[in-house]
Design a protein around this ligand. Structure first.
Ligand code: 9M6
Length: 241
């Protein structure tokens, strides 16, 4: 459905990201694993575009106690961004396009010796109907948050920042194990499978070695911090499907 000027672009990106749900073996297709921490595996590809390090990043994870909608809600919801995002300085919502779509402006903490970066992007949370089912597991529900760079007339960029371009998706699927005793579904019955992809173009020069070490350090940290945040935030709340 078209509700705003970016609807077509958003629907196109969602379609492309959902192709990841075929759970094609990340160890194939040239992905190099850079981190493994329990259920979390982080992969990257080495990609240089116009002399800039644009390594695609992909992480797969599986966490208990939360639903796909809860994970995507807290990833999308602007009001809680500062609770879990620690590499962002300025964060503003420039425009709210509908009840699940905003246009955000944010600056990232400077990474010496590179110039500070900012991002201007559309962020939308969408429920995925009839997702491609994978193997024998049938997901209870599938949600996606898509963040991708757009222009906006009201962006009032922080001077000195270099504009980074992002293409990010968080895809979450809830799997439920029904309790043996036929009782109600509790958080212990939940398993949320996550696929996170991030394509960040730094928008200007930054030393390859510095960028690659940041990615290797920051993405696993961010994924652990964010998933722990959602488990804590929801532990005493009603399950949100
Ligand atoms: O998942 S999101 O949509 C969540 C919304 O915040 C998202 C994630 C990460 C970025 C991002 C943007 C630019 C850069 C820079 C800084 C110097 C040159 C590139 C980085 C660097 C990699 C470090 C980083 C990695 C992970 C988390 C935070 N920081 C990351 C943007 C959005």
């Amino acid at each position: 459905k078209v509700t705003h000027e970016h609807s077509e672009a958003l629907n196109q990106r969602i379609k492309e990201h959902l192709a990841l749900l075929d759970h094609s073996d990340p160890d194939a297709n040239g992905w190099e694993q850079i981190t493994e921490d329990g259920e979390m595996k982080v992969y990257r590809k080495e990609l240089v575009q116009d002399g800039l390090i644009c390594d695609p990043l992909k992480a797969v994870h599986s966490v208990g106690l939360v639903t796909a909608k809860e994970m995507c809600h807290y990833f999308w919801f602007p009001d809680v961004r500062r609770d879990w995002e620690e590499t962002v300085d300025v964060f503003d919502v420039l425009e709210t396009l509908d009840e699940a779509t905003t246009i955000n402006y944010q600056t990232h903490k400077q990474v010496w010796p590179a110039a500070q970066r900012d991002c201007l992007y559309l962020s939308s949370m969408v429920k995925v109907d009839n997702p491609p089912s994978v193997g024998d597991k049938i997901p209870h529900d599938t949600w996606i948050v898509c963040n991708f760079s757009v222009d906006h007339p009201e962006a009032n960029p922080v001077s000195g920042c270099v504009r980074a371009l992002i293409e990010v998706a968080l895809i979450c699927q809830t799997f439920i194990t029904l309790p043996k005793d036929g009782g109600p579904i509790t958080r212990d019955c939940l398993q949320c499978d996550i696929i996170y992809v991030a394509n960040v173009n730094p928008g200007g020069w930054a030393p390859a070695s510095v960028l690659r070490s940041i990615y290797k350090r920051e993405y696993p940290k961010f994924l652990n911090r964010f998933t722990n945040y959602v488990q804590q935030k929801t532990k005493d709340l009603k399950l949100l499907f």
